[in-house]
Unconditional design. Structure first.
Length: 245
């Protein structure tokens, strides 16, 4: 169970390299705009066969140009792991920090395309399962199509992992539907390579949630993600705040 929980944490770490409109896993091609910023505070809790991980992450996005953002993320994790003998262990601490750049290179008639390279740094304790133990890097391709009141997002990505884990290939699809000017319902489905080399079952997930805009510059979101197979966590609860300035 400890090994599986560590694998799930590895998946959480690379997910931090594709910061989306929370609670979505799939990122959108939008950028902040030159001189504009966004601060996100997101929380996630996943439970799998009695073992649990709680993560709180802060991410700051800065608009370098109209089409380029720089994104810095720092997560904090609380791990509660249930052993085969029923004994529970608890660890907490900073996990791996990430730095990403999103470049929107195409925009026309509601279709936007972007690339998002990123690097994670081993700021977390990998011996306790809170980090990857080395510098990792990845690249995501992002496509967004706006068809009011519906918006679709597609991601394809790759993350380089350390030797004892497989590299991760990711694909996912997300949909947003604007019910009102301030309220959106969102759905997400996707999967990625299982980092555990001994497993041929790859995590697949389904997610649903809402995003509510208190003001033009502040959003709150809630979501729940469920595993579509045994390689994914049983369920994950998500909540977050985003402030643009």
């Amino acid at each position: 169970m400890f090994k599986k929980t560590v694998v799930m944490v590895v998946v959480l770490l690379w997910a931090g390299m594709a910061l989306a409109a929370h609670p979505l896993i799939t990122d959108d091609a939008g950028t902040q705009g030159k001189g504009k910023f966004q601060l996100e505070i997101n929380g996630e809790y996943f439970n799998d066969s009695g073992s649990a991980v709680t993560e709180i992450a802060a991410a700051l996005s800065a608009g370098i140009t109209e089409d380029v953002d720089l994104v810095v993320g720092m997560p904090y994790q609380l791990l509660r792991i249930k052993g085969e003998d029923g004994h529970r262990t608890t660890d907490r601490g900073i996990s791996d920090a990430s730095v990403e750049m999103k470049w929107r290179f195409f925009e026309s008639k509601g279709l936007s395309l972007a690339l998002k390279p990123g690097v994670t740094f081993p700021t977390g304790n990998d011996k306790k399962g809170m980090g990857d133990g080395k510098i990792s890097y990845g690249l995501f391709f992002i496509a967004t199509k706006e068809m009011e009141p519906v918006t679709l997002h597609i991601n394809f990505g790759y993350v380089r992992n350390r030797a004892e884990f497989r590299d991760i290939w990711h694909s996912s699809l997300a949909c947003e539907h604007a019910l009102t000017k301030d309220l959106r319902i969102v759905g997400n489905i996707g999967g990625e390579t299982n980092p555990e080399k001994e497993s041929n079952v790859h995590p697949m997930f389904l997610l649903g949630g809402i995003i509510y805009s208190f003001t033009e510059n502040m959003d709150m979101d809630f979501g729940i993600k469920t595993g579509l197979n045994k390689a994914e966590a049983d369920y994950t609860l998500l909540a977050g705040l985003a402030y643009r300035f």
